[in-house]
Design a protein around this ligand. Structure first.
Ligand code: CA
Length: 467
């Protein structure tokens, strides 16, 4: 099975049930010999995989040195070390749902034509687009030739990456994409669909009719290529991806996405939609997905969920696409949690809350770089130091709701009756504590204003001036 992109080489199964919140530190960047690298490239150029690449193209885009950071990333896969609720709270937050709804209207005509050509629902195309590249806003910045050449000559999976290096050169040789646009993830996924070069060659389409398959600059090309990918992986027109469901009292079952059964089987077992309504008839067969075991949200998922999975080989990733697509279809950004709460007393945070935490850390004197809403190693280290300074145990560096409340100074204030529907804060079982945090949250969020630029980018602007 070939996936559209690669974020984990070691496993094709997303980690689901993790009791701890271990955050592995990034391994140090290795020392890579440039002499070995250049020798390796010489050998590659003569090998059969590169026979179809002309020497002008090869020499023109041949990197002068390896990039050790991609080897570092190869051995560090944060998506697979996060709890499912942390993973989803960042990928499916109010901001992304709102951006998706706006994209749905902006691209309505294109999405309609894509649906009639490929049979893929607009919201499913949008779900992939939103999770993959934040609707074209986040494409990755690494030079593809340097990344793929480095991965071709060092560490694990060299033969796979050699093929992709050759494919990347083929793309510029064919003239589909300008070499200056060949930038992407450490593993070589690029463009608004984050396709690997091989997936591009197989499945990218020219939908705007300019004769080039440009997944970097053309939204129609990117969206149609996504639909073409899903169709190629067995997407079933007219079917939903699945549903959040309610398990009957005393139900015992295992995570069994691949073991699909007719819906009548699940009805007989007593499963319903999560709100208690009977299971609909628009899904042929479905498997049970329990991302956090029997005590968390439960889902029945059909074939179309598997096509999302085939994009990146992670169930959590596929669930993010599925959930985002539902919220975009419903045009509802008021609540981004599932109905059933995750089995944790410390749920994940939204990107907005991540930005709030970063700003608070900067205010507290920690040097974490820019406020970007991405909890990376610098932010995690600062969180760990902050936790230690406050006597929090364990000082795990994790940015969850508990840490959010800690750093936002949630120690005072009475219960508030203000209604609160920021969707990324799951409903908690202790009303008094929740109300306290709600007051702080609203004040804090009122300190910011979100500004949408002409290009659709969303910026955060502070309103208060030092008070
Ligand atoms: Ca085109």
């Amino acid at each position: 099975m070939r996936y559209a992109k690669i974020t984990a080489i070691t496993t094709a199964i997303g980690l689901t049930l993790t009791a701890t919140t271990a955050q592995a530190a990034k391994p140090p960047a290795p020392n890579l010999s440039n002499a070995h690298f250049q020798q390796c490239l010489d050998n590659l150029q003569r090998s059969s995989a590169f026979r179809s690449i002309d020497s002008y193209t090869f020499n023109n885009y041949r990197p002068s040195e390896p990039d050790p950071s991609v080897i570092q990333s190869l051995n560090y896969q944060p998506e697979f070390q996060k709890d499912v609720w942390d993973y989803l709270s960042v990928l499916v937050d109010k901001e992304r749902v709102e951006d998706g709804i706006r994209a749905k209207y902006e691209m309505a005509d294109t999405l309609r034509r894509i649906e009639s050509r490929y049979g893929v629902k607009p919201e499913h195309v949008l779900g992939v687009w939103g999770v993959e590249s934040n609707f074209g806003q986040t494409l990755g910045k690494k030079d593809l030739f340097q990344s793929l050449a480095t991965l071709s000559c060092f560490d694990r999976r060299q033969s796979y990456f050699r093929g992709e290096f050759a494919n990347a050169l083929k793309i510029v040789q064919n003239g589909d994409i300008a070499a200056s646009d060949m930038k992407g993830s450490w593993a070589g996924a690029f463009g608004q669909t984050q396709f690997m070069p091989g997936t591009f060659l197989d499945l990218a389409v020219d939908f705007d009719g300019d004769g080039r398959r440009d997944l970097v600059n053309s939204k129609p090309d990117a969206l149609a290529s996504t639909a073409n990918f899903l169709k190629n992986r067995g997407y079933r027109s007219g079917e939903p991806w699945g549903y959040e469901v309610k398990l009957p009292q005393g139900f015992w079952g295992a995570n069994s996405r691949h073991d699909k059964k007719p819906m009548s089987y699940w009805r007989d077992k007593g499963l319903t939609l999560v709100d208690g309504r009977p299971l609909p008839y628009d899904l042929d067969r479905a498997g049970l997905l329990l991302p956090a075991g029997l005590n968390g949200p439960a889902f029945l998922v059909g074939k179309n969920f598997d096509t999302f999975y085939s994009y990146n080989a992670s169930e959590n990733y596929a669930l993010a696409i599925a959930h985002l697509s539902d919220l975009i279809a419903k045009e509802d950004s008021s609540k981004t949690d599932f109905i059933t709460a995750w089995p944790t007393d410390d749920p994940g945070i939204s990107r907005q809350q991540a930005k709030d935490i970063q700003q608070a850390l900067i205010n507290a004197g920690y040097d974490i770089g820019d406020v970007d809403g991405i909890i990376g190693d610098n932010t995690r280290t600062a969180i760990q130091q902050y936790q230690t300074s406050k006597g929090v145990f364990p000082a795990d560096g994790r940015a969850g709701q508990k840490f959010y409340r800690l750093i936002m100074g949630n120690n005072s204030g009475g219960a508030s009756s203000r209604s609160f529907n920021t969707p990324t804060t799951p409903v908690q079982k202790t009303p008094s504590a929740t109300n306290d945090s709600i007051t702080q949250l609203i004040e804090r969020q009122d300190g910011y204003r979100r500004v949408v630029g002409a290009d659709g980018s969303v910026r955060l602007v502070r309103i208060d001036s030092g008070k």
